[in-house]
Design a protein. Structure first.
Length: 594
């Protein structure tokens, strides 16, 4: 696509690339062996028994229990998202668990609904005590922070940093969606409070700062450790169930008026409509619900789609220029992306239900989209309702979204003008729209382009579309993390540098495009094993990010978080488009399995 590359974004990429070499190596920390399952079972059963006033189970004979801990073990009790009890103990693992049990029992009884969490340190490394360096010295989602002062030790664990929104908070650029560094001032304040020292004195005196890795043991059913979900082996039922949970989350945040809760913080149990409600994301989320209904035919999802589409029709659809054409307005402006995704959602609903109630609106918006096309096949992206004229400015995604809308219009309503406009758009995007000296080596955000290219076949049989998406797949594959490529749990995700926390949505949206490219290969008569491996590696990453039992102890109302997709492993805020893109990628990837 024709784009002006942001100089600020290039600066971020360059910084990340250089920094990843310098900082990435220094952040590696060799952790000890994981806690054996037999020891995990004893730890949880022992603490549960002691807290309930019952005799604890016999301690197993295992050398892991006699190993000296590199930092204090932290045992906590959670009830409805609140950390009700917390103790930390040092020494060997076995002695630390027994002392932690006695200390917890002294603090109070155990509510039957409460759950236990134990963090067992496995490695430790000293830190250079300089404020900005400290902010970059913890691996987000992996490292806790500790201090040793006058013989006393205090720690803040990784889960406590996540629960207080302290990872990726030191440097934040909202425009570029770039976040990095621990909010070190607040983290140090927590250590000072645990040590019982004034923050100013804590800053002025030697404090022996260190980072540490830990193995987390979570209680599932009372007295039983929670098992990590198996994401290694992918099956159709497993992927469809994950997609179902995502669709149910989207359905649950759809209000009675047909408008979504735009953003939800599961740790604070707080809804946020956002400073500006996103109409494209409303339509995109509705498209996903329609996708899931078409696949699963589960009652209720079709009604939810209608409610969300009715909201678009009743609250946002307005006349845009002469004749019957309509657009999706945002105050006095209209964007091509909002109009296109509204059509995509309506067409997907029609395709899955046979219900033609939105045909009039689809035709009227379709005329608006066609009229926004330029002579070269590209599209104008903005329209002023006040002046009834197109406005300058090109935005990411919109041209690809418009082409997909035209293809779906043609499939449902059969107007050849829509197919011809889509052909001209795809010819532009895969030809002169991305033709400059470095174009073979660099791509913009093309995931809607490749979704549209797959949708076009066999109505538009142009091998250049496949070659273009192959190039995009190759470009994105170069930025996909393999096992051990970074210090994070990043395998399968996409990013730049080795010290920026992988985000969920870039991986999800790229995977949607990769699924489409893999399917397009099959339509042309030959599979692409390398792209399919790329897809499934990313899907495993997404499955690890989906919120479920592992994070529910942090949530006051776990049901409201279940199935949603957060911004990242350390920012559990859920937005409708995070879940839409991830759910769609997972659902469609099932088509590649036997």
């Amino acid at each position: 696509m024709t784009r002006r590359t942001s100089s600020a974004l290039l600066a971020v990429v360059a910084t990340a690339a250089v920094g990843s070499i310098v900082i990435g190596r220094s952040l590696r920390l060799e952790a000890g062996p994981p806690v054996p399952a037999v020891v995990e079972r004893w730890v949880v059963a022992h603490l549960r028994s002691v807290l309930e006033g019952r005799p604890p189970p016999a301690r197993p004979s295992h050398r892991a229990l006699d190993a000296e801990l590199p930092a204090p073990l932290v045992a906590s009790v959670f009830l409805r998202g609140r950390q009700e009890l917390r103790v930390f103990e040092g020494g060997t693992l076995g002695r630390a668990v027994e002392r932690a049990g006695r200390a917890l029992a002294k603090k109070g009884g155990l509510d039957p609904a409460a759950r236990i969490r134990v963090e067992v340190p496995t490695a430790r490394s000293p830190l250079i005590d300089q404020r900005d360096l400290l902010a970059l010295s913890l691996v987000a989602g992996e490292d806790g922070l500790g201090a040793e002062r006058r013989g006393k030790v205090a720690v803040v664990t990784k889960w406590e940093l996540i629960g207080r929104h302290l990872y990726d908070r030191q440097w934040v650029n909202e425009r570029l969606q770039f976040e990095m560094g621990v909010g070190i001032a607040r983290a140090l304040a927590l250590l000072a409070a645990d040590l019982g020292v004034d923050e100013d004195r804590f800053d002025d005196e030697p404090r022996g700062l260190f980072r540490f890795r830990s193995h987390t043991i979570l209680e599932g059913d009372p007295g039983v450790p929670l098992q990590e979900p198996d994401t290694a082996r992918l099956t159709r039922p497993k992927l469809v169930e994950a997609a179902r949970q995502a669709a149910r989350w989207c359905q649950a945040v759809l209000g009675p008026t047909g408008k979504y809760t735009y953003l939800y913080d599961p740790i604070e149990d707080r809804e946020d409509e956002g400073a500006r409600y996103s109409l494209p994301r409303h339509a995109g989320t509705t498209y996903y619900l329609a996708q899931f209904y078409r696949h699963a035919r589960e009652p209720g999802f079709d009604q939810s789609v209608r409610r969300a589409l009715d909201w678009i029709v009743d609250h946002t659809l307005r006349r845009c220029g002469p004749g019957p054409r309509r657009c999706v307005r945002d105050e006095q402006r209209a964007s091509l992306g909002s109009a296109a995704l509204a059509v995509v959602a309506m067409a997907e609903y029609r395709h899955g239900t046979g219900d033609d109630r939105y045909d009039h609106e689809m035709r009227a918006i379709g005329q608006f989209i066609r009229d926004m096309q330029k002579p070269n096949g590209d599209f104008h992206h903005r329209y002023s309702r006040r002046s009834e004229s197109v406005q300058p400015g090109q935005l990411l995604y919109y041209t690809g979204e418009a082409i997909l809308a035209l293809l779906k219009l043609h499939e449902e309503l059969g107007d050849r003008r829509d197919l011809e406009a889509a052909r001209r758009g795809l010819d532009f995007l895969t030809g002169p729209g991305w033709d400059f000296p470095l174009s073979p080596y660099f791509f913009s955000e093309e995931h809607w382009t490749c979704i549209a290219a797959n949708e076009a076949y066999p109505r538009l049989r142009n091998r250049r579309y496949l070659e273009f998406c192959d190039g995009f797949a190759r470009f994105r594959r170069d930025s996909q993390y393999g096992r051990g490529a970074t210090v994070f749990d990043s395998e399968g995700s996409y990013g730049f540098g080795t010290f920026v926390t992988p985000r969920t949505t870039p991986t999800a949206s790229t995977t949607e495009a990769m699924v489409s490219t893999a399917l397009l290969h099959r339509k042309w008569g030959r599979r692409s094993p390398v792209i399919e491996r790329q897809v499934f590696s990313a899907v495993r990453f997404l499955l690890r990010r989906q919120l479920g039992p592992q994070t529910e102890h942090l949530c006051p109302d776990p049901r409201r978080a279940r199935g949603g997709f957060p911004a990242s492993a350390v920012d559990l805020t859920i937005r409708i488009d995070y879940t839409q893109h991830a759910g769609s990628a997972i659902l469609r990837s099932a088509e590649l399995l036997p």
